[in-house]
Each structure stands twice: as structure tokens, then as C-alpha cells.
Design a protein around this ligand. Structure first.
Ligand SMILES: Nc1ncnc2c1ncn2[C@@H]1O[C@H](COP(=O)(O)OP(=O)(O)OP(=O)(O)O)[C@@H](O)[C@H]1O
Ligand SMILES: O=P(O)(O)OC[C@H]1O[C@H](OP(=O)(O)OP(=O)(O)O)[C@H](O)[C@@H]1O
Ligand SMILES: [Mg+2]
Length: 291
């Protein structure tokens, strides 16, 4: 019997970064203009484009089995879903997005308490209300449909709670961060019943393993070299690795082959050192997955 896993891809800010990550993990997802059901090169998966804000609701009720969406919206919706994994990427970087309390540069507000009795505009209304209520600060939280930064500039509110990644929107509007309220990364979230189904769970775990492996491999490279037997200890001492470098014998030789995995930025410092210590035939190669 052929089985199908219903997968939700986040439409909007995380869409392109998610499709790119799937490509690295081994799945080709093709999104045709104005079509909400992307093609995927896996007969066991059917794909839908779903807004990040709504993903957890559809996963909770089982309309889709598994999805990717920002943890922020899962928290906001207070959805009863299985969180399988945090994937640390954003729209343009590999850093978490941050929900920050923001005011204009010339605002007298310096700390959360200064907002008592004031109005805050945000898309994340439930979370913001809970955040201030938990701290005993009475604020008026208004829902914003977007372009939220403009509202604080125009004086339509006293502060905003908005998501930021690079900080460029905040800078461009002459705004100031008072405090970070929450960090958020995309998560893999699954329907609880789907997670209990052995076939679906196995398929979800396949996605989980390969998406994480592709993220982990970014910026990492493999390094391989030949080393005289009596220099191995000196070389191993300076060589970074995920666990321990591999040392293998070379056929009928006094030399050994040493292999390791390290961050690409470490390579430019380490290669001259390796050569100084007697390594030869040093090669660097890209990695696509690390499990
Ligand atoms: N640079 C970024 N800008 C906006 N959202 C980001 C960014 N990086 C990551 N995200 C995440 O993308 C998800 C969706 O963000 P958001 O709610 O702003 O909707 P959107 O996809 O940007 O659509 P819209 O055009 O309505 O803003 C959130 O989980 C958010 O944390
Ligand atoms: O810190 P930065 O890197 O500048 O990113 C933050 C901005 O990105 C998002 O807007 P988005 O692109 O989702 O457009 P939107 O205004 O339609 O939400 C968010 O709402 C901020 O305005
Ligand atoms: Mg947005």
C-alpha cells in the first residue's frame, strides 16, 4: 500500500530558505507561481504552502501531518502539537529571529515598566499580553496587520513588539530596542496522531535527520592529508575534529593518512601549521551532510 505524508511548507518570510534547505537535504521542491501545492520529488510526500501563522493550527487538527513554521507562531497559537526539532535558520541568516520591544530613539521608555498604561502594537497579541501580564505590567496591546514599525514612528502607539533578524528595519526607521522578549527559530512540528503512526513517524524522522544533517554541514569541510609516521602525534594535537581525527595506514609506507572535519574558517590558519609539521598532499573538500 502506498502511503502519503502531508507536509506544510511556510509561505512568506521562511519560504525560500526552507526550499533551499530541503534541496540540500535531498528533496527538490518546485513552487509554481500562484499555486499553493508545490511539487516534490518524493512519491511519499504531498506538499502544501501554508502561512507560518496558521501552520500549527492545521497540524494540530491533522489537516497536515507535519510542517515547518516559526516557534513564535506555535507559542502564539498555543497549539497542541509535537515539536520534533529546532532548525536554526531565518529569512537571510543562520541566526534565530528575535521578537523585540521597540520604541522611537527619542522615547522616554527605557525599561518594560515604563510602558504601564501605554499602548503596544504587534502581530503577536496573545504572547505580548501574557508577557506583560506575567510581569504585572498593565498595557493595552493592539493587533497590527503589518508594517508595524511605521505605527510607532507615526505615534499611533507608544511601542511595538516586532520580529527582527538583521536589525536593518529598526535602524532604517530610527528605532531603539528596549528588550528582547523571545527568540524564535523554525521548528518541525507534527500532528500528535501522525507521530504515533509508525510509517508516518519513520518518514518524519527521515526528514528530521536529513534537514538537521544539511544544516550542520553548512560551513564545515573535510580535510585529508598524508603525514610521516613520527609526526602523527604533533599533527593530531593541533587538528580540530567533530570527534577524533581518523588515522589510516598507507599501503606499504611509513606514512599515514589523516582525515578530519572542521569549520571552513579554521582551515586558513591550520593549513600552514600542518605543512610546517610535515603534512603533504593536503586536500580540502566540501560536505553536504553531517549526521
Ligand atoms: N527576517 C525575518 N522577517 C520576518 N520573519 C522572519 C524573519 N526571519 C524569520 N522569520 C520568521 O518567519 C515567520 C513568519 O513571519 P511573519 O509572521 O512576519 O510572516 P511573513 O511570512 O513574513 O509574512 P508577512 O508578509 O505577513 O509578514 C515567523 O515565524 C518569523 O519568526
Ligand atoms: O531585522 P530585519 O532583517 O530588518 O527584519 C525585520 C523585518 O522583516 C519582517 O518584515 P517582512 O519582510 O516579513 O515584511 P512585512 O512588513 O510584510 O512583515 C519584519 O516584520 C520586520 O519588518
Ligand atoms: Mg513578515
Amino acid at each position: 500500500m502506498s502511503r502519503l505524508l502531508k507536509l506544510g511548507i511556510p509561505k512568506g518570510s521562511l519560504e525560500q530558505a526552507t526550499v533551499d534547505l530541503f534541496r540540500k537535504a535531498g528533496w527538490d521542491i518546485r513552487i509554481a507561481s500562484r499555486n499553493y501545492f508545490p511539487a516534490i520529488d518524493d512519491d511519499e510526500i504531498s506538499c502544501s504552502l501554508i502561512r507560518s501563522q496558521e501552520m500549527s493550527k492545521y497540524v494540530e487538527r491533522g489537516t497536515i501531518d507535519v510542517g515547518i513554521a516559526g516557534r513564535d507562531w506555535v507559542v502564539e497559537n498555543d497549539s497542541d502539537v509535537e515539536i520534533i526539532s529546532d532548525l536554526v535558520y531565518s529569512k537571510v541568516s543562520r541566526r534565530p529571529a528575535r521578537w523585540v520591544l521597540v520604541v522611537t530613539n527619542d522615547s522616554p521608555v527605557r525599561k518594560l515598566e515604563d510602558l504601564g498604561g501605554k499602548t503596544i502594537s504587534t502581530e503577536l497579541v496573545g504572547f505580548t499580553r501574557r508577557y506583560f501580564a506575567d510581569r504585572g505590567i498593565d498595557v493595552n496591546v493592539e493587533f497590527s496587520w503589518g508594517a508595524t514599525e511605521a505605527k510607532v514612528v507615526e505615534g499611533l502607539c507608544d511601542a511595538i513588539v516586532e520580529v527582527t533578524e538583521t536589525g536593518s528595519t529598526i535602524r532604517a526607521n530610527n528605532l531603539r530596542i528596549v528588550e528582547t522578549l523571545m527568540e524564535s527559530t523554525p521548528v518541525i512540528l507534527a500532528n500528535r496522531q501522525s507521530w504515533q503512526d509508525p510509517w508516518k513517524r519513520c518518514k518524519i524522522e527521515q526528514l528530521h535527520t536529513l534537514l538537521e544533517a544539511a544544516l550542520r554541514a553548512e560551513k564545515m569541510v573535510g580535510l585529508k592529508m598524508n603525514v610521516p609516521h613520527d609526526r602523527v602525534e604533533d599533527i593530531i594535537r593541533i587538528l580540530p575534529s567533530l570527534n577524533r581525527p581518523t588515522v589510516a595506514n598507507l599501503y606499504r609506507s611509513e606514512w599515514v593518512s589523516v582525515e578530519t572535519v572542521l569549520h571552513e574558517k579554521e582551515v586558513r590558519c591550520i593549513i600552514p601549521e600542518l605543512v610546517r609539521l610535515g603534512a603533504q598532499g593536503v586536500i580540502e573538500y566540501p560536505l553536504t551532510k553531517i549526521i
